[in-house]
Design a protein around this ligand. Structure first.
Ligand SMILES: CC(C)(COP(=O)(O)OP(=O)(O)OC[C@H]1O[C@@H](n2cnc3c(N)ncnc32)[C@H](O)[C@@H]1OP(=O)(O)O)[C@@H](O)C(=O)NCCC(=O)NCCS
Length: 179
């Protein structure tokens, strides 16, 4: 199915968008610990932080975005990249919107910008994964036009899950969206 092409709209309020740099790494680490509504407890927070080492803001900055408020505090971010291995694919690694900023279209604005950047680079699909227990992320990605890829089991709500996808006990749900 070909998805409708959404043109990136303006960000709400006085929010501004730019690419991140190494100086942003420390506050991204704070956001990764604090913006996931306690998902996975302290172990979950550490796992997320370790999934975004500094290299992402050093070597994947051109396809990553950061949203700031007028006082330059962090409001939202997206970490993404173009697959080196598959020239058709772009990949969204992490997205986060601060808890008080959700439901205002910031997450979709970030995705639309990433989709536009991926299209401009000749990519025809976007992939991402999420934890099977992150129900908000599942709902959001479906709303953003992603489809769930078949897994090796379905959970009690019918969601296809890839068991041990990222290692023992690290089950994931896999999404793809055509551009
Ligand atoms: C998931 C997240 C990025 C969404 O950001 P957001 O700015 O609130 O999303 P938007 O306001 O742009 O919403 C886009 C669409 O998704 C829907 N949506 C967003 N979160 C949803 C949820 N939890 N349940 C159902 N629908 C949801 C919105 O209703 C909207 O649909 P609409 O276009 O019909 O109005 C944000 O909730 C977040 O940062 N969560 C914590 C971190 C996380 O789980 N990240 C994803 C995994 S890496």
């Amino acid at each position: 199915m070909i998805e409708r092409t959404r043109v990136p709209g303006p960000l709400p309020g006085e929010l501004t968008l730019r690419h991140p740099g190494p100086a942003d790494h420390a506050r991204l680490q704070v956001a990764l610990a604090e913006w996931w509504d306690g998902l996975g407890g302290a172990a979950g927070a550490l796992q997320r932080q370790l999934l975004v080492p500094r290299l992402f803001v050093q070597h994947f900055a051109d396809t990553s975005f950061l949203v700031e408020r007028p006082d330059r505090t962090l409001h939202a971010f997206l970490i993404g990249f173009l697959s080196q291995t598959d020239p058709a694919t772009a990949y969204i690694h992490f997205v986060g919107v601060c808890p008080e900023g959700r439901g205002d279209g910031v997450g979709s604005a970030l995705y639309d910008r990433f989709f536009a950047a991926a299209r401009a680079a000749g990519r025809s699909q976007v992939r991402c994964i999420t934890s099977s227990n992150n129900r908000n992320s599942l709902a959001y990605h479906r709303r953003m036009g992603f489809r769930l890829e078949p897994g090796d089991r379905t959970d009690d709500e019918g969601v296809p899950v890839h068991e041990d996808y990222d290692g023992p006990g690290l089950d994931r749900v896999s999404f793809v969206r055509e551009l």
